[in-house]
Design a protein around this ligand. Structure first.
Ligand code: ATP
Ligand code: MG
Length: 418
């Protein structure tokens, strides 16, 4: 037997219903907020990610599915959505009317160690709002994030926000942090030691106990913000207060992607063990330009669908709609049955039948297994009298209905059955 690759999961019938429900409630809300869907390809030139996410990030250094295609071009399965979305918008000149508000959903690929809550193919729903530097855009995006989880029925997550500064204040902070960390480099984990000079901010985000301790009293980026970043962050917080969106300021938020600046945030839970981030995002004002576009700011977030679904696991699965079942015996009856099935399906009623035919007994057994509550029986006798038998499987009662009234009876009756 050939099996799926480790870290890649089949999503089977029974689960897909939950995925669809999640996707459609997200789509409804995005429409209300004026976000349109974009579907970039899953495979991109490697450059799209190395230039945007940053050469020294974990994603680019060790997590990407990168390979040479048959024409020796380096290509990568997208590890995240923002870079592809921005690449597509630049390529297709999408910046005519601003803000440009987009959402996407689909699979992402990262070569990480598979474990609970961490897959190699996982799925994200994300939004991007481009064209506005003002904190009003940040507030809208954070409100959208809050409302989205409200819709999902997940209210107990913690929103953590911070500011990462900008190209004016971050370099100075980076130096201050390096000055603090260098003397105690031997206390850091091997990963953080190795990348200290290249990416010292990552140490703040390291989950290892040693690094947590070593950075306990590290200088905080929030104390190093320039005036513009400070007032931007204050406005964001004011907006959250106005909308009564609860949050905590967590100055350790770093984000594993270099393009983030100013506002950064995560939605975390304590219900998923070590994998506590359910959604994350931030502002990326230099990214559009870095990818060859105009100098246009942006902000967005992405949520991990597997993690959202894991949080929803304990709740009720969506109610199953019980189908009608049409049991037909004999050639003429089967022809009549096909027409009826077609007509019901065309008005959106779920109907099942047994395409293999067989005895009435076996067809009724099948109806039972499928959870049908109403079975239409069409035998030779029924065809002869021009009436069908409608059987209620639970009550075990039957009634006889003229064939000409069948469709109307079934379509009106069904209302009370769904
Ligand atoms: P983490 O800290 O869990 O590694 P991240 O910072 O790498 O997360 P982002 O790149 O911000 O994650 O992606 C946004 C969301 O996508 C995460 O909050 C998480 O819910 C989900 N996610 C990221 N990587 C994975 C993965 N390997 N498997 C499942 N979900 C993931
Ligand atoms: Mg990660």
């Amino acid at each position: 037997m050939v099996q799926a690759i480790r870290g890649f999961k089949d999503i089977l019938p029974g689960e897909t219903e939950r995925w669809l429900a999640l996707e459609s409630s997200a789509r409804d809300l995005f429409a209300a907020y004026g976000y349109a869907e974009i579907r970039p390809p899953i495979l991109e030139s490697t450059e799209v990610f190395s230039r945007s996410i940053g050469e020294t990030t974990d994603i680019v250094e060790k997590e990407m599915y990168t390979f040479q295609d048959r024409s020796n071009r380096s290509v990568t399965l997208r590890p995240e959505g923002t870079a592809s979305v921005v690449r597509a918008c630049v390529e297709h000149h999408q910046f005519q009317t601003l803000p440009l508000k987009l959402y996407y959903l689909g699979p992402m690929f990262r070569h990480e160690r598979p474990q609970a809550g961490r897959l190699r193919q996982f799925h994200q729903i994300g939004v991007e709002a481009m064209g506005v530097e003002d904190a009003g855009m940040d507030i809208e995006v954070l409100a959208l994030l809050r409302d989205l989880f409200e819709r999902f029925g997940l209210r107990d997550l913690e929103l953590q926000v911070s500011s990462l500064g900008c190209s004016i204040c971050r370099p100075a902070y980076r130096e201050r942090l390096l000055g603090f960390l260098r003397p105690q480099i031997s206390a850091l984990c091997p990963d953080c030691q190795g990348r200290l000079e290249r990416n010292p901010l990552r140490t703040l985000d390291c989950k290892r106990e040693a690094c947590r301790e070593a950075t306990q009293d590290a200088p905080r980026i929030l104390d190093s913000l320039c005036e513009a970043c400070r007032s931007h962050f204050a406005e964001v917080r004011e907006g959250l207060d106005t909308l009564r969106i609860p949050y905590v300021v967590n100055p350790r938020i770093v984000r594993g992607l270099d393009y983030y600046m100013r506002t950064a945030f995560e939605l975390v839970t304590d219900c998923l063990g070590a994998q506590n981030a359910v959604a994350a995002g931030g502002r990326y004002d230099g990214l559009v330009k870095d990818l060859g576009g105009p100098d246009i700011p942006g902000i967005g977030f992405a949520l991990g669908m597997e993690r959202v679904l894991a949080l929803l696991k304990d709740r009720q699965p969506p109610a199953q709609v019980s189908p009608f079942f049409v049991a037909a015996l004999g050639k003429v009856a089967r022809r009549e049955a096909l027409l009826l099935i077609q007509a019901l399906r065309n008005v959106g009623k779920p109907v099942e039948w047994d395409p293999a035919g067989g005895s009435l007994k076996s067809q009724l057994r099948k109806a039972d297994r499928l959870g049908a509550r109403q079975v239409v029986i069409l035998g030779e006798e029924e065809i002869k009298t021009g009436r069908a038998t409608l059987r209620d499987m639970a009550a075990k009662t039957q009634q006889s209905i003229p064939l000409s009234d069948l469709l109307t009876t079934l379509t009106t009756k069904s209302a009370s059955h769904e």
